[in-house]
Design a protein around this ligand. Structure first.
Ligand code: ZN
Ligand code: ZN
Length: 170
């Protein structure tokens, strides 16, 4: 095992640990900020402090249509999404300093959505490492990261710590 991979595994494991704090049953996401080999912050998706979260008030669902390609044909698929929480990446930005973020790496359990990717792109972070894909925004996020010159890579050969079930249920 290469040295690089050891650190990747270490920090992604911590991101998964952070994701277990999430109270949204539909999606548990964790993210950590790393500068060099130093952990500078961790966050998960959740309601603002002092506000009832998904476990207390239930998810706040919105419905939206998504284009899916099936058997070479485009289809409109109706999807539900919980908008009660501040996303893990956004919380991470709220809880860290700009000076700490300059040239840093974010490890996040899930590929960032478009809004989070946009914010990360303007945050000083120069590398984003994720594990699970988020097909909805994949293409436009990847394109933006290339344009912005941010290293953006998926940890392919990785298994989350056993017992952590962060799987998306929708
Ligand atoms: Zn929720
Ligand atoms: Zn997001």
């Amino acid at each position: 095992m290469s040295r690089r991979k050891d650190w990747d595994t270490y920090f992604m494991d911590i991101a998964y640990m952070a994701s277990t704090r999430s109270q949204c049953p539909r999606r548990r996401v964790g993210a950590v900020l790393v500068q060099g080999k130093k952990l500078l912050g961790s966050a998960y998706n959740g309601a603002p402090m002092g506000v009832p979260d998904c476990s207390e008030a239930g998810c706040m669902l919105v419905e939206e249509y998504e284009v899916k390609v099936a058997n070479g044909r485009e289809e409109m698929v109706k999807k539900q999404r919980c908008i009660r929480t501040i996303h893990a990446e956004q919380n991470l930005l709220l809880f860290t300093d700009r000076s700490d973020r300059e040239g840093s790496t974010v490890y996040v359990t899930d590929q960032p959505c478009w809004t989070c990717a946009n914010m990360l792109a303007n945050s000083g972070v120069t590398e984003i490492v994720y594990h699970r894909t988020y097909p909805k925004d994949k293409d436009k996020v990847t394109e933006m990261m290339v344009t912005r010159g941010i290293r953006f890579r998926q940890l392919g050969d990785y298994t989350p710590p056993s017992g952590i079930d962060g799987e998306v249920t929708n």
